[in-house]
Design a protein around this ligand. Structure first.
Ligand code: SF4
Length: 187
């Protein structure tokens, strides 16, 4: 599909270029009259579309750049699949995130990433399963995370760009307008 941005390096650069525009958009979004449920439904619809167009196995940028927090059951499940006691799995692969006191992987890229694929995909943590969290309710209350994921995840990047086109400009525009530069002067 022409028009969608799939390259993680490219979206990082575009995210820098569009920082001011995005600040205005997210500021507007926080105070706009779109109901929470309506916004969630729109984001889910856009997410369904973009997710169907982007191949995560050609990207894996979240596995390279993010530090998902792991719940106790995640650690137990992962340890089981690696054949290690949970304590040994923690010692080898995990550390405490001092900001939130959560367990996270001790390095990036994720130590379980092999090439572009998760070597423990069936046992991956809940946080990895739900990433980039666009199906979840309360999009409007998670904008800080959305802004940070926008520069990392092509799915989030494209969903936010489509969201701008759908509700910020007040007119629905066809997807082929999602070309580079199309949104740079959106106010
Ligand atoms: S979820 Fe986003 S960052 Fe992760 S692999 Fe898929 S497109 Fe890339």
């Amino acid at each position: 599909m022409p028009g969608l941005h799939r390259d993680p390096l490219e979206i990082r650069e575009l995210a820098n270029l569009r920082e001011d525009t995005n600040r205005r958009f997210f500021g507007w979004l926080k105070n706009c009259s779109v109901a929470e449920e309506e916004l969630d439904a729109l984001v889910r619809r856009l997410n369904d579309y973009v997710t169907g167009e982007i191949d995560c196995t050609a990207c894996a940028n979240c596995c390279r750049r993010m530090s998902p927090s792991l719940a106790r059951h995640d650690v137990k499940r992962l340890a089981r699949t690696t054949g290690l006691p949970a304590s040994e799995f923690k010692r080898r692969f995990l550390t405490k995130d001092p900001r939130f006191n959560d367990l996270v992987f001790n390095r990036r890229p994720c130590p379980l990433l092999k090439g572009n694929l998760c070597s423990r995909y069936e046992s991956r943590p809940e946080n990895c399963r739900s990433y980039p969290h666009l199906q979840e309710r309360g999009f409007i209350f998670r904008l800080r995370g959305v802004i940070s994921n926008y520069a990392t995840c092509p799915i989030v990047f494209n969903v936010v760009e489509m969201l701008k086109a759908e509700i910020w400009e007040g007119n629905k525009r066809p997807l082929q307008y999602l070309d580079e530069g199309e949104f740079d002067d959106v106010e």
